[in-house]
Ligand binder design. Structure first.
Ligand code: FAD
Length: 394
């Protein structure tokens, strides 16, 4: 009874989506193993922003197909009680004159060419959408009405519940300690609760994907990078009707959104603190750092000059050298499929990526080619670097 068609390691939003899609595509015996609990990894730390704004066309395509699922999440899962917590408030992104202007122009044109409803708007229109901000320096402003944010933990647990309803077995509190191999073929996993057998293993381990390198010797180009998220209480509410924002003109490339319908959730979109080892425990956020971010916020949102810090937390990104994920099979290990390296933007892609990894694991035709996301790109030099350089906007 310890034999399965597919074993998934990790029940974050990616692994839960993979598990659901495996069952949806007809896999009968699917096992998911997580060291902690469903959604308790980096998924629980997400800011939850959903947009299709990317400069890498493959990401636009995946974000687009994922958005279609988010918009009708309960119906897609066939579970009327399922929720994603979606708030469709739109997405505003702007740049001043300078190095980010052309990348923004090109990314917006690319999105339009891929069928996304994106609009170029002027400062007055931007003010009417986000009246608490000032846009005096904004040389180019893009608006994506079909965007917003949702709750990553809710989405992970909804995928997991729908997977269980289709017969998937999910065991929490089990650590996978190594892959079992027969020559170059995976035949199962050894865990803290014994061995489980399968010829197909999907690893969705996020920052802990470095386990794969320990188990197989295959380089895993991913590092754990800590980021801070602040919730600010300003004099005016940041309402659910106000769009998510991305300020390419601020030193920290700030992004933000409504938090709870009144506060502002804000974070920097630049490089964070690289950790020596994968670990998503809470880190320190110094008052100096809060001051630095607060100053940038006040530049853009003048009323927030004396905003209070309502809450804060840290979260960890699984960052690859080009800030895009590694997806697909590792040719040296038959039966192993991986999905890691989401570099701070995996939530918005999780429905589409769950479909792709499940299709790949089952030997089905994939919705789109995963070739651009292959690990081999780090050997061939065909990186997926976005026009904005390093950062989750990619
Ligand atoms: C602060 C922050 C803000 C973010 N904001 C956004 C955003 O606005 N929009 C967006 O799209 N994305 C965002 N992201 C990124 C997004 O949240 C992640 O890409 C996504 O949640 C990753 O899901 P996951 O399933 O890969 O990882 P995880 O949720 O970390 O799941 C991995 C799971 O694997 C398990 N595991 C690992 N190794 C083992 C083992 N050996 N045995 C058993 N179990 C194991 C872990 O316990 C864990 O539960 C943000 C991330 C952070 C940290």
């Amino acid at each position: 009874m310890n034999s399965f068609d597919v074993i998934v390691i990790g029940a974050g939003v990616i692994g839960s989506s993979v598990a659901y899609h495996l069952a949806r595509f007809g896999a009968k015996r699917v096992l998911v193993l997580d060291r902690t609990q469903i959604g308790a990894g980096t998924t629980s730390q997400s800011s939850g922003i959903l947009r299709t704004h990317y400069s890498v066309p493959e990401n636009v395509e995946l974000a687009k197909s994922s958005w279609a699922i988010y918009k009708d999440f309960a119906a897609y899962l066939g579970d009327e009680d399922a929720a994603s917590g979606l708030v469709q408030c739109g997405y505003l992104i702007w740049a001043p004159d300078g190095p980010k202007l052309n990348p923004l122009r090109q990314a917006l044109a690319g999105q339009s060419a891929q069928g996304i409803d994106v609009r170029l708007i002027d400062q007055a229109q931007a003010r009417s959408l986000l009246p608490i901000a000032q846009f005096d320096d904004a040389a180019l402003i893009g608006y994506e009405p079909e965007a917003g944010f949702a709750d990553a933990y809710l989405v992970a647990t909804s995928f997991a519940r729908a997977a269980r309803r289709l017969g998937v077995k999910i065991i929490e509190g089990v650590e996978v300690q190594r892959l079992l191999m027969n020559g170059t073929q995976v035949v199962g996993v050894e865990t803290s609760q014994g061995t489980f057998h399968s010829q197909t293993v999907v690893s969705t381990q996020n920052i802990w994907a470095t386990d794969i390198e320990r188990w197989t010797g295959i380089a895993t180009p991913v590092s754990a990078e800590r980021h801070a998220v602040l919730a600010l209480e300003g004099p005016q509410p940041y309402t659910f009707q106000m769009p998510v924002f991305k300020d390419l003109g601020s030193p920290g490339m700030l992004y933000g959104r409504s938090y709870g319908g009144t506060q502002m959730l804000v974070s920097e979109g630049t490089v964070g603190e690289t950790l020596a080892a994968p670990d998503n425990e809470q880190g320190d956020i110094s008052l100096d750092y809060v001051g630095e971010v607060g100053e940038q916020v006040a530049q853009r949102f003048p009323g927030f000059e004396n905003a209070g810090l309502a809450s804060s937390w840290t979260g960890v990104y699984d960052v690859t050298p080009d800030w895009n994920p590694v997806l697909g099979r590792l040719p040296e290990v038959q039966g192993l499929v991986v999905g890691y390296g989401f570099s701070g933007h995996g939530f918005k892609l999780s429905p589409g990526i769950g479909r792709l990894l499940a299709q790949e694991a089952l030997g089905l035709h994939t919705d789109v080619s995963m070739a651009p996301y292959a690990l081999a790109r780090f050997r061939s030099g065909q990186l997926l670097t976005g026009l904005y350089g390093k950062g989750a906007v990619s």
